[in-house]
Design a protein around this ligand. Structure first.
Ligand SMILES: [Zn+2]
Length: 85
């Protein structure tokens, strides 16, 4: 039996689905604002499919970042995704 290369599996905070890291966007909250992961502190993941579902995504982000500014959070999310390409 061939050994499979181990890929770390992470959970999307929006849909709770399990994905490999390449299918996810890694994010972080700093002072209630969304930023891309800085390699320090706590981070979380959102799958690429959920990033297209603004309503669901905004709700989860608001919860994680403890921010009510949904528009601002979604704007930052778009920025981070575009930058990461
Ligand atoms: Zn998801």
């Amino acid at each position: 039996m061939a050994r499979k290369f181990h890929k770390p599996i992470r959970t999307c905070i929006v849909c709770r689905g399990k994905f490999t890291q390449s299918e996810l966007v890694r994010l972080q909250c700093q002072e209630r604002q969304l930023i891309s992961f800085t390699s320090q502190g706590r981070s979380f993941y959102i799958c690429k499919e959920c990033t297209n579902d603004e309503k669901k995504c905004a709700k989860s982000l608001a919860r994680v970042c403890k921010s009510g500014e949904l528009g601002k959070l979604m704007y930052k999310l778009r920025e981070i995704i575009i930058d990461g390409r």
